[in-house]
Structures are given as structure tokens and as C-alpha cells.
Design a protein around this ligand. Structure first.
Ligand SMILES: *Cc1c(COP(=O)(O)O)cnc(C)c1O
Length: 382
């Protein structure tokens, strides 16, 4: 199937590129647990395989599939989303300037604040999606990387990828997009000018809350990309072959899962938008959302499965609603087939800018009516 690149992404995903398994023509690839690979008598590595920290055959198909879905030139899997994020920042050098959002996935903010200075990075923070602020924050010739996340945890603000790329490129910087929430089903950042796409593959790509994994996809096979590849090898944050195999299996249903979650999230957002118990619904699919116009332009087929509800009555009311849930599981993370609810303020660091009355919902693939009824039951108590 790889000789027919005009197949649509959902076809490529469903068949995991349709690669033939060479030994027995299985339609599912084997797992290669071997950490090391035998050499011929002259001790040369003619098979191209030496050691699993370099690469493992089980990575190949998952990496090729994700590169194809994103329209990228290459993909690298990592042992977690944060290992992928770290590799991007650690591939920069002392004195390099980077710009990151003030409110973004908290792990990225923490990494940059805690370790960025040790690494010699100079960090500028801007409100996510604020193009004027980004324009002012970049330093031509000094800024090497602009990091955005869209839609962005946990307020689901939307950043304009094409406009951010134009500002980054004019300053000589590269644009990296954390596209975990959008997935290639809804947005392909490289088509909008991004240089690098990052995924917490732990979330939608795997989709079953049973693999921790990260991925980077590059627009070009260039020197910065090869430095990231060297870092994965030298620092050793590789994925286990079994996890890579599970991730590939998860990606085969990516399009169905993301579309179902997006449809339900849109219904839930619409249902609670004018609810008396709810102060604000944060979801890019609502016309009232400040990022809706940009989201409608750069997202296709839905606005994702993530939304947040700000509950009237503050933190106490929000905790009471989540406490009453029977379908939504009270747990962190997102992107699985099961719906999750989380009061973010009680688990983020004290300096977190997240509103105290915010409940983050990761909408799974259950019946939307059951999810709505679950939240209604909680809201009736407050
Ligand atoms: C979960 C997440 C990460 C980090 O991924 P891990 O696999 O937990 O390390 C980064 N960005 C976003 C948007 C996430 O949701």
C-alpha cells in the first residue's frame, strides 16, 4: 500500500500502511523483543541492525505510519511525551532563545522553568495564540524555537499555526506544535507551516490508556532533526518494542475514535453552554469560543474530544460535580476510549494559572447521553 500514497489517511491507518510481514504474510506485524542483532562472520552490521537503543524493527511501521498521517519526512518514537519534548529542547544549545506559552501542558511549563536555565536556554513566555505578543517576543537571529500547543491544555485556546510559523520563520526560528489534542485526524500542522509536530502518543494515538509513549514528526530531514535523533540514541529515551506494537494497534482505530469523541464533545459543550450551573464552557467548537474562527480554518471534521467546564460555585462545586460522576472516571490523562474528568487546580502546582472552578473532560466513546446525564446528576447536587 505504500506504493499508493494517494490513499486517504484513514485507509493508511486502518491497515497500518498495509506492510507485508515477510516471514508468514501475517496482516499484523510481529513484536521484535531482541535488544541486539547478530552480525555476519566479518563482524559488519550488514542488516542495518545492531542494538535496540539505535532502532528496533518494531518501531519502523508505527513511525512510518505516523509520518504518513502527518505528511512529514520522518518520525521518532520516544519513551513518553515528555521524553519527546525534552529532546526538542535539549537539541538546542546554550544561549539559544525559545518562546513558549504561559499556559500550556503543565509538564512543558515545568520542564522549561526547572531545567531550561541549566541547559543554558533563554526562555520567553507569551499568552498562547497571542500573535502580537509572539511577534514582540521573538528575537531575530537569536530565537531558535517557538513552541505552541493547539488546542491548548486546559483552556483549549487555539493558536494559529500558519501565522505562528510565519513569525517564527521571519525571525529564523523553527515552529514546534504540540498536537496531542488535535491528532492528525483534525489538524496536520506541517501543512500549515510547522517544522516539528509533537505528540503525547500516550493519549489519542494509542487511545487505550495502556501505553506511555511520545512521538516527534519532522517536516524535513535536516540537521536539527538529525541532532534530535542522536539525542534519542545517546540519552536512551527509546520506547519498548511491546509498547511500540500496542501503539501501532491503537493507531489503526484512531480515525473512528477521534471522530466519535469529537462528536460527543461537541454535543456536551452545546448542552452545557447555557446551563445555569455552568459559568463557562471552554471548547473550540462553540461559536462563542474566541479561537473558533481559527479552529474552523485549521481543524477538519471536528474540534476534538477535550473540553473544560467552569462550574458556578467555585472549587467546592466543581469537586462536588466530579465526585458525583459514575460514568466519567476521576483520573488524569486524556485521549482514551473511556471518559475522564479532572479538577485540574487541585493537582497542578500552586502557581498554576488554571481557574479553581475548572473541570477538564476527556470525552471517550461511550454514549453521549450517558455522559450528559452523568454531569447533570452532579450539577443537580450543587
Ligand atoms: C500528556 C501530555 C504530554 C506529556 O506526555 P507524557 O506521555 O505524559 O509524557 C504533553 N503534552 C500534552 C498536550 C499532553 O496531554
Amino acid at each position: 500500500m505504500t506504493d499508493a500514497p494517494d490513499f486517504r489517511p484513514e485507509t493508511l491507518a486502518a491497515q497500518a500502511l498495509g506492510w507485508d510481514e515477510p516471514a508468514h504474510q501475517g496482516i499484523v506485524p510481529p513484536i521484535y523483543p531482541s535488544t541486539t542483532f547478530a552480525r555476519p562472520a566479518d563482524n559488519q552490521g550488514r542488516t542495518g541492525r545492531m542494538y535496540t537503543r539505535d532502532a528496533n524493527p518494531t518501531y519502523d511501521q508505527a513511525e512510518a505510519l505516523l509520518a504518513a498521517l502527518e505528511g512529514g519526512a520522518g518520525c521518532l518514537l520516544f519513551s513518553s511525551g515528555m521524553a519527546a519534548v525534552s529532546a526538542v529542547f535539549q537539541a538546542l544549545g546554550p544561549g539559544d532563545h525559545v518562546v513558549v506559552p504561559q499556559v500550556t501542558y503543565h509538564g512543558v511549563r515545568t520542564w522549561v522553568k526547572r531545567h531550561g536555565a541549566h541547559w543554558g536556554l533563554e526562555v520567553g513566555f507569551v499568552p498562547n495564540g497571542d500573535l502580537d505578543a509572539l511577534e514582540r517576543a521573538v528575537r531575530p537571529g537569536e530565537t531558535r524555537l517557538v513552541w505552541i500547543e493547539t488546542p491548548c491544555n486546559p483552556l483549549w485556546e487555539v493558536a494559529d499555526i500558519a501565522a505562528s510559523a510565519a513569525i517564527a520563520h521571519a525571525a529564523g526560528a523553527r515552529l514546534a506544535v504540540d498536537s496531542t489534542a488535535a491528532t492528525p485526524v483534525l489538524t496536520r500542522p506541517i501543512e500549515h507551516g510547522a517544522d516539528l509536530v509533537m505528540h503525547a502518543a500516550t493519549k489519542y494515538l494509542n487511545g487505550h490508556s495502556d501505553v506511555l509513549a511520545g512521538a516527534l514528526v519532522t517536516a524535513r530531514d535536516d540537521e536539527p532533526w538529525r541532532r534530535i535523533g542522536a539525542l534519542r540514541h545517546d540519552a536512551g529515551a527509546v520506547l519498548g518494542p511491546f509498547e511500540a506494537w500496542l501503539l501501532l494497534r491503537g493507531m489503526r482505530t484512531l480515525y473512528l475514535r477521534v471522530r466519535a469523541s469529537s462528536q460527543s464533545a461537541q454535543r456536551i459543550a452545546g448542552h452545557f453552554e447555557s446551563h445555569p450551573g455552568i459559568a463557562r464552557v471552554l471548547y473550540p467548537g462553540l461559536e462563542s469560543h474566541p479561537g473558533h474562527a481559527v479552529a474552523a480554518r485549521q481543524m477538519q471534521g471536528g474540534f476534538g474530544g477535550m473540553l473544560s467546564l467552569c462550574v458556578n460555585g467555585g472549587a467546592e462545586a466543581a469537586l462536588a460535580v466530579s465526585g458525583a460522576c459514575r460514568v466519567f472516571k476521576r483520573a488524569t490523562s486524556l485521549g482514551g476510549v473511556e471518559s475522564l474528568i479532572e479538577h485540574r487546580a487541585s493537582i497542578e502546582p500552586p502557581d498554576s494559572p488554571v481557574p479553581k472552578n475548572l473541570l477538564r473532560l476527556s470525552v471517550g466513546i461511550e454514549a453521549a447521553d450517558d455522559l450528559i446525564a452523568d454531569l447533570e446528576r452532579g450539577l443537580a447536587l450543587v
